[in-house]
Design a protein around this ligand. Structure first.
Ligand code: ADP
Ligand code: MG
Length: 600
């Protein structure tokens, strides 16, 4: 005897519902998404008993014909895709045709709906998948969806629901995730006859403010804008200032209009804040990604929020750079501000302790300019720690710096990365601590400056030329400096008056984002403001070096560390412990000093 038979639809729906509808919040999400897909500009959500007894979603969207509304409760009935290929050009929130049959399988549903071309609308009542009534009614254009007594027919699941307080929190969490993506839709959220939210249309920023601002306390004043635009992905949004980071912060990622969780990208954001957060404190962020649909896995399960990207690594980098840039732009991370001293001094315990010799910090000091420093006397690493020329005052109090000779950078010279950002070299007579990022910036600076002056920049072609849309002012500025840009390896075509295409970038910055770098250059390098052409070229080199030396998020390999040190010796950069902004690149602790500190 054959034993296999097909389950009746009502049973199949109930099983499917178990996956799609877990709590009132899942109903809210599915219904509101349907309203958005139906083109609604006004959506009202009304809940009673945290959605347990009643959850209603009223929209002014397209509405449904009498046949369609009946059809919409069939499993896999959808108006949103017709064939598998449509999945790759999806522009709706839903596409599976599972939500309505699932909701109807576990509750009592009443729908009122009317299309604008119809004179009368339809009322449909379904209880536990069974159609109880379908009649013509007078109702406004749009759809009014009421879900009553969720899980009334599955007591086990009903018992599984949490307290009203928790379920309301779940409802709101799902509501925020949608409201944050559609600031152009008017949302109203009514709980037990109390209007919790009445969100008028506006910008993303205004929507965030409406949701999280409290009375007179502006929320968005404590956020900074984030922006990155590349061929692969467009990232846009807001991030919180480090000092406002806390345990209760708001963290949202959205991709193509959908909320997502992404622990890996979360790490990129945190890394961008590196050094500015105390443990356990998280910054708030609202970050929106736009990406070609074929770059993400669209087979998104309705209750899952993790989304897979084809190319996660580059997006991670772009995100990290974008976070750093916005924090840096707003001077929120001191170490990013190259004009400020980001000291890493060893703590001085009292006046009697050995002091690091003080050196004069001059803003326009350039160790590579011959007349700034008497290079003849320096033969290389052996005079590594000879201090810079000082004023007499400082001379008096500064101690004489011992000279330390660094052995050649061989493969077995010990180099230890410490604290995730410095290198420690135990040398025969001292401990040397290096700030590799600053050293790298100095090496690149020299390299790029030489390239500008010799007009010999090496070009790094961009596989997919990036388009740069500028304001008129920026465009004029770009044309003015194009000569020097060409000299260092940029190749920029003018597409129209204000639109340019970046065909190649200097090899030194090959791995960074060309558009971003150029915009940065235009922002900071004002040719008009620079007195001489040489000063301007130095300015340009410094900016590029700064961009290219930003940590990539990857740790340096042993080989890279050694090459960097070798390059420094070659270029005699190591003859100064400070970079051209006066920031320390190295610190040496001599064994004498150690002995003094230990008093032994
Ligand atoms: P999906 O959204 O995956 O297509 P659903 O079960 O959520 O599946 O909805 C089934 C169909 O019902 C949708 O494709 C749509 O045509 C129609 N529909 C559902 N809700 C609405 C609404 N609020 N306004 C207009 N049409 C709707
Ligand atoms: Mg749907």
């Amino acid at each position: 005897m054959d034993v296999i038979h097909l389950l009746p639809d009502s049973v199949a729906n109930q099983i499917a519902a178990g996956e799609v509808i877990q709590r009132p919040a899942s109903c809210l999400k599915e219904l509101v998404e349907n309203s958005i897909d139906a083109g609604a500009t006004d959506i009202q959500i009304i809940v009673q008993d945290a959605g347990r007894t009643m959850l209603q979603v009223i929209d002014n969207g397209s509405g449904m014909s009498p046949t369609d509304v009946r059809m919409s409760f069939e499993r896999h009935a959808t108006s949103k895709i017709r064939q598998a290929a449509d999945l790759f050009s999806l522009h709706t929130m839903g596409f599976r045709g599972e939500a309505l049959p699932s909701i109807a399988a576990v509750s009592q549903v009443e729908v009122l709906t009317r299309r604008k071309e119809d004179e009368v609308g339809t009322r449909l009542v379904i209880s536990a998948s069974k159609v109880e009534e379908q009649t013509a009614v007078a109702t406004p254009v749009g759809t009014n969806f009421k879900v009553k007594n969720i899980f009334f027919n599955i007591p086990a699941r009903r018992r599984f629901l949490k307290t009203n307080q928790t379920e309301l929190r779940n409802l709101l969490a799902d509501f925020y995730r949608i409201a944050l993506v559609y600031p152009n839709i008017h949302f109203m959220f009514v709980n037990e006859d109390e209007v919790l939210f009445d969100l008028y249309e506006g910008s993303y920023k205004q929507r965030i403010e409406q949701l999280f601002g409290k009375g007179k306390h502006s929320y968005t004043n404590r956020l900074v804008e984030l922006k990155a635009e590349t061929d692969l992905v467009r990232i846009y949004g807001f991030i919180g200032k480090p000092e406002d980071a806390g345990r209760q912060s708001q963290q949202y990622f959205f991709v193509n209009g959908r909320f997502m969780r992404h622990p890996y990208f979360h790490k990129a954001v945190l890394q961008g804040y590196q050094g500015t957060l105390t443990q356990d404190n998280n910054p708030s962020y609202f970050i929106y990604f736009d990406i070609a649909p074929d770059q993400i896995d669209i087979n998104i399960h309705p209750t899952k929020t993790e989304i897979k990207f084809v190319d996660e690594q580059p997006i991670w980098q772009i995100l990290l750079a974008a976070v750093r840039e916005s924090l840096g732009k707003f001077n929120l991370v001191p170490s990013l501000d190259f004009n400020r001293e980001g000291d890493i001094d060893i703590p001085v315990f009292d006046g009697k302790q050995a002091k690091q010799p003080k050196v004069q910090i001059s803003a326009d000091y350039n160790p590579f300019k011959e007349n700034n420093y008497n290079r003849e006397r320096i033969t290389g690493w052996d005079k590594l720690f000879e201090p810079l020329p000082r004023t007499d005052d400082e001379n008096a109090e500064a101690q004489v710096m011992p000279t330390i000779s660094l052995p050649p950078v061989t493969d077995d010279l010990p180099i230890m990365p410490i604290a995730g950002k410095y290198l420690l070299l135990p040398l025969p007579d001292c401990l040397l601590i290096i700030h590799p990022q600053r050293l790298l910036a100095s090496v690149l600076y020299e390299q790029i400056l030489t390239n500008i002056q010799n007009r010999k920049g090496i070009r790094h072609p961009i596989l997919f030329p990036e388009v740069l849309d500028l304001t008129r002012e920026q465009a004029e500025q770009l044309v003015q400096i194009q000569d020097d840009l060409n000299a260092i390896g940029f190749e920029i075509d003018r597409l129209s008056a204000n639109s340019f295409s970046i065909v190649s970038v200097p090899a030194e910055i090959g791995n960074t984002n060309g558009v971003q770098t150029l915009l940065n250059l235009l922002d900071h390098a004002d040719r008009e403001q620079t007195s001489t052409h040489t000063a301007w070229q130095q300015n340009l080199a410094a900016l590029l070096a700064e961009t290219a030396s930003q940590p990539s998020g990857q740790t340096m390999t042993d080989m890279q560390m050694r090459n960097l040190l070798k390059e420094c010796i070659k270029r005699k950069i190591s003859t100064s412990t400070r970079n051209r902004n006066g920031q320390k690149m190295m610190i040496a602790i001599t064994f004498d000093e150690l002995a003094k500190r230990f008093n032994n």
